[in-house]
Design a protein around this ligand. Sequence first.
Ligand SMILES: [Zn+2]
Length: 319
Amino acid sequence: MHCDICNCDDSYIKVHKHSYDIKGKKIEFKSKRRFCKNCNNLVYDDYLDNEASKKALSIYNDMFGINSNEVYKLRKQFDLSLELFSRIIGCAKKTLISYEKGKSIPNDCYLIVIKSLIEEPRIIYTLIDVNKSEFTEKEYTTIKEKINKYFDNSTNANEELNEYNGYSNYSLDKIKNIILFFSKDTVLKTKLLKEMFYSDFIYYKNNCVSITGLEYAKLPYGPVPEQYESILTKLISEKVINYKVEYNNQYECHNIKANLNYDPSVFTKEELEVLNMIKMKFLNFGSKELADYSHKEKAYTDTKPGEKISYDYAFDIEI
Ligand SMILES: [Zn+2]
């Protein structure tokens, strides 16, 4: 190691107290650096110099920004690639790599996005939709699939049992098979969602627990499972069902068709009886007739728009 100031080739290492000014914030810390034996000035040392600037950044990030580990963890929790995640938060892939490696400090705008995502991961759905044009259809489906998987595993696992999920644990397996059951012959999406509602609520009326653990909400076109969009997106991307939009006069018809047979073994005998009963009851109902029918339910009329529907209304349903 050579000293540029006095041309001496002898050097030694000692702990040095650093005081940096990063983005107007004062950072102080100690780390080893190399010095000239002759004039005691700092001597360039690739490894030690690098360690010192890494330490400075990490201290800054811990105090004022974000730890590079947290950025990495955030991306990994959604199981997303650098390529896709960088486009979701709107920065270049190279920039994201440097954040994850702690080589640079996120700009304030990215910092806000990253911190918001850590606090409220569901913001990712908004980010994806805002940046939708950045993705190919295939990429968009992949992203949705991965984040749905994350939320399926994280949020529903510890959910408490209450009147809104019908005192049942959320069962993606049952949800999937109910959808397969009702979409064996092509079914309109709006009809399917209402058949799910009646299946869960009628089963609850008889047994005081729901089949799927799904929560239902009051939307303008009827009672529907909460997050039904993410459930359908997941099943479409896994090729479990086919989704097709067709036009009948000027009406948009969202058709769903099962690609597999449903698995009866995930249901009890009583659950299957309810499913068959609901299927027969509404066999000749169009989507609109079923919507009009469900709009008269107390579960619907007595719930405020957008709010969750209590399974206790099941006792007012007459079928
Ligand atoms: Zn020197």
